[in-house]
Design a protein around this ligand. Structure first.
Ligand code: SF4
Length: 272
């Protein structure tokens, strides 16, 4: 299958998009020798965490193959202006379309291609964008082979990479200002990267000055979120403890996994 040719005689391209997240990274390692013609790429939004960029460099060394960096045609600021300065949200996710999907589709062009996606066998299908172009199809090797979360961690450990460093304070890769972040993760950004936190705050200011409420985190400005850091941390701690208790009860655990997986609300191309 890997050597399939299209009717035009051109070989099918095999592509694996890295986000700097654990699942796509583990998939790249898992498939390195299984699909030797794999092309690796990383759609860099220009707003990535420094830890993500470092991890991609490390992965590139491990794979021994170039990871093509795809850059959007224009900056986030350009598209922000184009969207009337309205911040992207879960419902109006223009950022993914412009900063991730479009550069990817331009990279593939009209070639017939298979993209390999790192959704695990033990997680519910994640919502998000995948290309809808008919020349691009997707494969899910972890689902096909029954690879779960612990297997992914083992793959990364045995490659000597371990988890990306941002997992100490954040559950997913993606832009530093990503609106999918939980409130506790915003606090992590404020602590680890105060400069990026300030920059994220500055995008809210435009609307604040105009008397409108447009915020990254639901229901409050970042400066208000930071002001109630203790309360947010306390609640996050409670949630984790409750989750742990629930995990001890098999049925509740199952419910928890199906309905409350902290990782299931990013978008595929940004966070896997
Ligand atoms: S990581 Fe978040 S902010 Fe960045 S492109 Fe993806 S959805 Fe948008």
């Amino acid at each position: 299958m890997n050597n399939d040719e299209t009717s035009s005689g051109k070989p099918v391209r095999h592509l694996l998009g890295l986000s700097g997240g654990k699942d796509s990274s583990a998939l790249a390692i898992y498939l390195r020798d299984r699909v030797p013609e794999m092309e690796y790429f990383f759609a860099d939004t220009g707003a990535e965490l420094p830890e993500t960029l470092e991890y991609i460099d490390m992965l590139e060394d491990y794979l021994g193959k170039r990871i093509v960096r795809l850059n959007p045609n224009r900056s986030f600021e350009y598209y922000l202006k184009l969207n009337g300065n309205f911040l992207p949200t879960v419902k109006t996710r223009w950022c993914t379309a412009e900063l991730k999907i479009r550069p990817f589709e331009e990279y593939v062009g009209e070639d017939t291609a298979i993209t390999y996606v790192g959704i695990r066998a033990d997680e519910p299908r994640r919502m998000g964008y995948l290309s809808t172009k008919s020349n691009i199809s997707a494969r899910y090797p972890f689902i096909e082979d029954g690879i779960g979360k612990q297997d992914v961690i083992d793959i990364l450990e045995s490659a000597g990479l371990g988890l990306p460093q941002y997992y100490e304070w954040r559950n997913r890769s993606g832009c530093y200002f990503c609106f999918f972040q939980q409130k506790e993760e915003w606090l992590g950004l404020a602590e680890r990267h105060p400069d990026l936190f300030e920059k994220a705050k500055s995008y809210e200011q435009f609307h604040k000055d105009a008397g409108r409420s447009q915020t990254w985190s639901q229901g409050e400005y970042l400066e208000d979120l930071v002001a109630r850091a203790d309360e947010i941390r306390e609640k996050a701690k409670e949630r984790k403890e409750n989750k742990k208790k629930a995990a001890n009860k098999k049925l509740i655990d199952k419910f928890s996994q199906e309905n409350n997986d902290e990782e299931d609300d990013g978008c595929l191309i940004c966070t896997l």
